[in-house]
Design a protein around this ligand. Structure first.
Ligand SMILES: C[S@@+](CC[C@H](N)C(=O)[O-])C[C@H]1O[C@@H](n2cnc3c(N)ncnc32)[C@H](O)[C@@H]1O
Length: 281
């Protein structure tokens, strides 16, 4: 990965500042708890929350364990944006979690000026992150997750998984409009939303076995909710109109019931899943 790419990806989530990823995606507590159920934290000792943003999944994980009387596993929180790392440190200050400012594509730990360790975790959890990584670096992403997992360890991913390339491409264009308007130029150029074929084939190439869908998930992205997370109030009407103009052009998504307009608002329903993959013993 080039230095330019690194700094620009980092800047993207520095620019966003405080926001709620799950509200944007329309994820319910049920969906997020399903991810934790499938992660089986009761049998885990050391978990990596990868591409963790403000650490919200780890906050939820600790709460999940406490409510169920599960011994708290060690959790490392890995995040590229130092702004998001600062939010994570604040949110997790009363927990034993360790926040690492680092890069999952290069395995650099900027905090310690070392490499992220191999075979260190029995779970790697990744929520809403794979689409941030450019296609050219997707293979490295899964190879690095495999490298960080101990033998027998499990990768649990909650993310977009498209079965249809045209749907993916049209959704990509709509997202690109939002990214450009939000000043996330690197994201606009580099993001890659995976098809199932692209995702599963890379997992297998990395050496994962037992790759399977643990649960289908439907993203329910309310345009107005997303806009309110990313933009100041004075821009809401203008951005809403620009994004809806792109949504109107996405005829295949509309024909298949994936975009609905109602009054001045709209909603996009996109396919996703909680995917499980195991590093063999
Ligand atoms: C869409 S956000 C999701 C954050 C969090 N997982 C959540 O669900 O709220 C993706 C996060 O991945 C981070 N990220 C992007 N590239 C990364 C990389 N190479 N290494 C580590 N984190 C990265 C971004 O800074 C951003 O905070």
């Amino acid at each position: 990965m080039s230095v330019i790419t690194l700094s620009t990806v980092e800047a993207a989530y520095d620019t966003v500042g405080a926001y709620n990823q799950d509200a944007i995606n329309g994820f319910s507590d049920q969906i997020l708890d399903a991810m934790l159920d499938l992660s089986q934290p009761a049998t885990a000792t050391h978990i990596l929350d990868a591409m963790a943003g403000d650490g919200n999944l780890t906050v939820r994980l600790y709460d999940y364990c406490q409510r169920r009387g599960i011994a708290l596993p060690r959790v490392d929180v890995l995040e590229l944006s130092h702004v998001q790392c600062a939010f994570a440190r604040q949110r997790l200050q009363d927990t034993p979690a360790r926040v690492i400012w680092g890069n999952i594509v290069t395995l650099e730990d900027y905090e310690q000026s070392t490499r992220l360790p191999g075979q260190a975790f029995d779970r790697v959890l990744l929520k809403s992150g794979t689409h941030e990584i450019p296609l050219a670096h997707q293979s490295a992403l899964y190879a690095n997750i495999w490298h960080m997992l101990a033998p027998g360890g499990m990768f649990v991913n909650l993310g977009f998984v498209f079965d249809d390339e045209i749907e993916r491409d049209q959704f990509r264009e709509i997202t690109r409009v939002k990214d450009r308007l939000a000043g996330m130029q690197s994201a606009a150029e580099q993001r890659h939303f995976l098809t199932r074929e692209e995702f599963y084939s890379r997992l297998h190439e990395a050496g994962f076995v037992d790759v399977r869908c643990g649960r289908h998930v439907q993203y329910a992205i309310h345009t107005q909710v997303a806009i309110q997370q990313y933009f100041p109030p004075e821009a809401w009407d203008r951005i809403n109109a620009e994004i809806q103009a792109e949504q109107a052009r996405a005829l295949v998504l509309r024909r298949r019931g994936r975009i609905h307009f109602q009054g001045e608002s709209s909603i996009m329903l996109c396919p996703g899943e909680i995917t499980l993959a195991r590093r063999p013993r």
